[in-house]
Design a binder for this molecule. Structure first.
Ligand code: SF4
Ligand code: SF4
Length: 299
């Protein structure tokens, strides 16, 4: 059964119009700046919010791995011992402990997506599948996209494209718009910052473009990581040579993830990283426009 970690209604940054975005769990990339760390693993994960803990001690009693101890008035989790079994979640009534990820059927997802149909129709919106990397759950994704298209919903796929072409090819017929994330053209930098080569994802992007699919390239801008003029120009050159791809959205990095990493018992690699200023974003947009591309800041 596929794992969904969030469904966001009334989203306005994940494709045209008002949309519902369905976030699938699991991603083959580990981007240094990932602001959804709970999306990376394809398994259920414990999230612990110390500020909600009232120190009742119920979780200590049920933890099979003895991963929880009490310190003063609240519980402490030993993340090395935690197996993410979820037993503590069942007894924690304050919501201090919860599991990231929920098994859902296509029917259950569609029922939620359908709730906002009038807004999609009014605004030209629809449904977007995101993640994590949605292509890492291809069976569910294909079935869900097909089901959405069958009932007349506009479908978008927010993807890094890091999957075998056979997988991309399978879901293509059910995607109205690809929101295709590209971080770097330089492969060494891509490997260093995401853990994987960009060869596969750039190859898939080119093949999709050659087949005439609707694609918006999306680039997160992280100061000091991929905002150097040489990186931006390499990107502009690459995209302008893709047949039919005319638009790039540049998305400013936002420092919103530190607390999320803490709740998962992990370190955030980009602590103290600053958000790019409006000026920086506008300069990057100008550089890309020189390649004849339509550029939107923020998507
Ligand atoms: S069960 Fe919840 S509220 Fe009670 S000690 Fe554990 S985390 Fe805190
Ligand atoms: S999820 Fe982790 S902390 Fe909670 S009961 Fe299971 S092993 Fe213990």
């Amino acid at each position: 059964m596929p794992l969904i970690f969030d469904i966001k209604r009334f989203s306005i940054h994940d494709g045209p119009g008002i949309r519902t975005t369905v976030f699938l769990k699991g991603c083959p990339l580990v981007c240094m700046w990932c602001h959804n760390p709970e999306s990376q693993s394809s398994a259920l994960e414990l999230i612990f919010r110390p500020d909600r803990c009232i120190g009742c001690g119920a979780c200590v009693e049920v933890c099979p791995g003895e991963a929880i101890t009490m310190e003063e008035w609240r519980s402490i989790t030993n993340w090395e011992r935690c197996t993410h079994c979820g037993d503590c979640v069942d007894v924690c009534y304050t919501g201090a402990r919860e599991l990231a990820g929920r098994e859902m059927t296509v029917g259950e997802v569609l029922e939620i997506v359908e709730r906002d149909r009038p807004f999609y129709e009014e605004s030209g919106g629809g449904v977007t599948f995101s993640g994590g990397e949605p292509l890492s759950q291809p069976d569910f994704l294909e079935e869900a996209l097909e089901a959405c298209q069958k009932v007349g919903l506009h479908t978008a796929l927010d993807t890094s494209g890091h999957a075998l072409w056979e997988v991309v090819d399978r879901i293509c017929p059910y995607v109205d718009l690809f929101l295709y994330d590209v971080k770097f053209i330089d492969d060494a930098l891509h490997k260093k910052c995401t853990g994987v080569s960009n060869e596969l994802l750039l190859d898939n992007l080119r093949r999709l473009a050659e087949l005439g699919h609707s694609i918006v390239v999306r680039v997160p801008i992280i100061p000091g990581v991929n905002d150097a003029p040489a990186d931006v120009q390499a990107l502009g050159r690459y995209v302008t040579n893709l047949p039919g791809v005319t638009r790039i959205d540049v998305l400013p990095y936002h420092e919103i993830a530190t607390e999320k990493y803490r709740r998962l018992g992990r370190e955030y690699a980009l602590q103290n990283q600053l958000t790019p200023s409006d000026n920086v974003m506008q300069n990057i947009a100008c550089m890309l426009r020189e390649f004849g591309l339509e550029v939107r800041v923020g998507g």
